[in-house]
Design a protein around this ligand. Sequence first.
Ligand code: GCV
Length: 654
Amino acid sequence: MQKYDNCWLNKDTFFNKNYESYILHGDCDITNSIHKEVGYFLSLRQVYEENLADLVFKKLEQQDSSLGIEGFKIDIGKTTYISSNTPVGLLYGFFKFINLLQNDNLSSIVEIPKNSIRMLNHWDNINGTVERGYAGSSIFFENNQIVKDKSVIYHYARLLASVGINAVSINNVNVHKIETYLIREPLLSCVSDIAYIFRKYGIKLYLSVNFASPVEIGELDTADPMNEDVINFWEKETNRIYKKIPDFGGFVVKADSEHRPGPFTYGRNHADGANMLAKALQPHGGVVFWRCFVYNCEQDWRDRKTDRAKAAYDHFMPLDGSFDKNVILQIKNGPMDFQVREAVSPLFGSLRKTNTVLEFQIAHEYTGHALHVFYLPSMYKDILKFKTYAEVSKDGCIMDILKHYPCENNELNGITAVAGIGNDFNLTGHKLSQANLYGFGRLAWNPKTCKSEIAKQWINSTFNINENAKNIIKDILITSPQTYENYTAPLGVGWMVNIYTHYGPSVNGYEFDRWGTYHFSDRNGMGVDRTLKTGTGYTRQYLDKNFEIFENIDTCPDELLLFFHYVPYTHILKSGKTVIQHIYDTHFEGVEKVEEYIKKWNEIKEELDIVSFKNVKNRLQEQYRSAKEWRDQINTYYYRMSGIEDEKGRTIYK
Ligand code: GCV
């Protein structure tokens, strides 16, 4: 058995055309990678004749400005030309060419990425654990060191390049004691070794840093961003990093959040903190990703005025325009925390003078721990298409905001995601979760790509199976988010998970705790009143049109009803059902759908390799067990709260 699953670069799906040789001019880290990739590709054909050239890579002598630094052209003919202004463009072009072959869709194309930042954040700790990771241990760290065997990092880097990822941060945003020293020798040299691998695939390396490093490392007794010694400290650290890693990307920072240190300790704001680091990085071309996930995690649950959903906007909106040019605000897709369904952050469309990236999560923290199937591109698409009504385009949807704010053709906007990958044989734990990593790359490159096209491409590139089996897998993927949503927390209310692990149902797990995450269910109804009129006023953070839509119970979409409103159980949804009947129906439907997945998966056993078959089969069984637990706990809880019978008389535990 090979060491790692080839994922969507599966050799069995490469060929239906006979490419026998190639010419590639130039020599640098990336062109060497291209040589390796093409050599691998040709060796699989078992034909290699040095002097035939039916694939030619052309680094354009005369720059084609329309292609930018990462775009490429593929011209299909008797000889196929892949051309670009840069080596990395050629690499992307080659991987695209492979992808077109795998999908039996070879045609001449031009591609230019829509977003300049296409990044993955790893929450890996130096002891080898991965925060919110469900796919094994870290591929970067083990036993408080960098891993000795780096082969998986190569494997991973080429996978990422094949879908256009160009940036990674390798350590957890919760930067603990030892990780604070990643910016210093001897660990820095090891970081540099990892940067070398990613560089070969056109990917820049970033580190998450501890805002209190000057204190933690023991050099100063303050981390105040206005203090001269602190400013000098970061300048010196940064200079040292760039000596070792000349193309180092910069820092990712979680500050003043969930007990992480930050500028608030010194009476400073987040612009003061971010700009201080930005100034140290600026001479080297580095940037700071400053996270907006800032909220009070010590809230009193009795306090009905404070609303965690409002926190990011309240902290960052007043600072719009005060960040340095090389600061990028990193905003989670929703105002709470990667729930299965929550509103889209109102910072998008409101911030006008600040660089921003959208932060998604690929790790399955709230989406079933890589034990349940959950096809994330569906969720990503809903978010990217969300209309903010900012004037940037007709509807000001998120994908346009990313491209155009704060200015046309911005170089520092894009999308990042919490990767959640680990050293499991298939990197993602659940084989079908590979589609999420793949899909994220595709959407970061071009947010307009449609979710079913992504699923189709991933399946074609990953499996060598018949059409029926392909359709079954595609159907499971496409329906999976709705299935999961059906048997978990209803109508956008979120948070009914076991506290800390975030796996499995616990209706009141977070209800009387300090995290600001409530559903306020009582005998009369449920949901969070976030209206301006009678609630927390969160709705007012949106631009006018969305404010009106969400404020009004009649126009608020059903799937977010309980996120924005408290309603009686007998409230009639747009679907015509009462809230309570919707809860019962969806929870039964969700479980039935998982049963169907199990049946369908068994039907295609003969088509699949045994490792993939078993991987998914075992997980589907756990998903089924867990879905029943969700169904019964949620239905029973709301039956007991409301006293209202299920119209269909199904079993509810009374
Ligand atoms: C890295 C949530 C998660 C934490 C995570 C945090 C964040 O609270 O549960 O594990 O910490 O988000 O995004 O910083």
